[in-house]
Structures are given as C-alpha cells and as structure tokens.
Design a protein. Structure first.
Length: 263
C-alpha cells in the first residue's frame, strides 16, 4: 500500500493524506456468512439511555466482520485481502482445506492472495504468516496476535503495524516485548503468535483533512472545560488558574493517585 498527499483543490483536501488501497478486494460480498449488523450505542447506557461516554455518536452504518481469533489448527490459502471499517488493519479471507470452510483473520504484511497459511502446534519450517506456539519460535522473532495466559482469543498486538518480539525463552517461561514497550513474562504453554507484522503499517501517516471525517467515524467535538461557563464545568469562568484539574463532575485528575499500595 502507498500513501499519497491529495491535491489541494479545496480546504478539506489541503492537508489530506490517504492510502491507496489498490491491492484490496473491490467488494466485501465474497463471503457474507461472517458478517453481521453492528449496533452503535452512541455513548449511551443500555439500561437508562443516559450518556455515559462523551463525544460519541452520529457515525455511518457499517457491518461487523467476525474474525477467527482462536488457536484452532488449520491449513489454508489466502483468497483475498479486504478493508475492515472497524479496525485499523486489513483482514484476509482464507479457505481451510481440511474443514472446507472460509475464515477471516487479521492480515499480515506481504501476505498476498495465494499464500499458504498454517496454524499448528507441531514443529515445522517457519514462514511469514504461520501461527505457531511461542515455544517453537526462535529467540528474537517478531510476531503479532499474541494470546495471554489461559486465554484462547487474541489479546495483544492487533492494531495496524503492531508487533511483539521474543526476547528470552526458557523451558516454560518467555519474556516478550509488547507494542507499548513493556516486557512481560508469559507461559509458553498454549501461547500462540503469528509470525510477521500486522498489515497497514503506514496507517499512522494518514491525515483526515477535515473534521467531517471524524464525525462519520462517530467522534463528536470536544470542548475545553476552561472555555465553558462555571455552571457547566469546574474550570469554567472568566479567570484562569487557582484550581486543580477536575472532571466535569468534580473528580480530581492529573496527579491524583489511583493505585493503592499492597501491604
């Protein structure tokens, strides 16, 4: 995928940078069985209808693609790569030779249509896109879609361009550097990872160009508390300073201790 700055024909395209998805499938109607309707809560509670999360609502209608995020063994071929409106990365439609069914999984960089993908617990020759246990990976390997201890579904490194790195490995414990930079220790038993980096690694270079695109994604404007009136926010009023940072409900932020020390 390539990113390109759009020609400035008006104010909305003056600083816009978009990705040309010329290698993706032109339609998502190839396999409709793994799609379902996606209900948006608009930031409101499902119990009383009150706003519980601010600055949400008003996004466009879209489908939710159900992905296979567990560690089931399969031997499949990539049919096509598609765009997913609910994720920053792309997804791949694969066909399992053993079960004779279609799956949708997170796409790996340079995993093109026609590539062979394998998920197995046995020791095999390693290739890009293979999903194998952590115990079968060599030290220094880069992978994504890591599942935590005693969790079947993928938990870590699922966004565009993210990956983990295996730093150290013993018989049953491995030290892994996750995308946040933190080093964690996990058990190598039933812990899987997909070799390679997640697709759409240039997603961070995108510039939307105008606020209307954020509105289509369901992000409403955010107003600073200092720009409000005193009745609307603790920071509101004509004078600045003299008060510690608070939320609209008067709870202190920016410095308040949130972790209790264990005795």
């Amino acid at each position: 995928m390539n990113s390109k700055k759009v020609k400035a024909i008006n104010n909305s395209t003056r600083n816009k940078i978009k990705i040309f998805k010329f290698l993706l499938s032109k339609t998502n109607k190839i396999n409709k069985t793994n799609n379902k309707g996606f209900h948006s809560s608009q930031g409101r509670s499902s119990i009383n209808g009150r706003i519980t999360v601010r600055h949400k609502g008003g996004r466009i209608k879209r489908l939710f693609h159900i992905l296979n995020l567990n560690n089931e063994n399969f031997k499949a071929i990539v049919i096509t790569t598609m765009y997913d409106p609910n994720r920053s990365s792309f997804i791949s439609l694969i066909f399992d030779f053993q079960k004779k069914i279609f799956y949708k999984i997170l796409s790996t960089n340079f995993s093109l249509p026609g590539s062979l993908l394998i998920c197995t617990s046995k020791k095999i020759d390693l290739k890009l896109g293979y999903r194998i246990p952590i115990s079968n990976m060599p030290t220094g390997s880069i992978f994504h879609s890591l599942n935590l201890i005693n969790q079947k579904n993928v938990q870590i490194a699922r966004s565009a361009g993210s990956y983990c790195q295996l730093l150290q490995k013993t018989f049953n414990i491995a030290k892994i550097k996750i995308p946040s930079g933190k080093i964690i220790e996990i058990s190598t038993n039933n812990s899987y990872g997909t070799l390679g980096i997640i697709s759409n690694s240039i997603n961070r270079t995108i510039r939307l160009g105008k606020a209307g695109i954020n509105r289509l994604k369901g992000r409403r404007p955010t107003v600073r508390g200092i720009a409000m009136n005193p009745v609307d926010h603790p920071h509101g009023g004509r004078t600045n300073g003299g008060i510690h940072w608070k939320t609209p409900w008067g709870i202190p932020t920016k410095g308040k201790k949130t972790v209790k020390k264990k005795i």
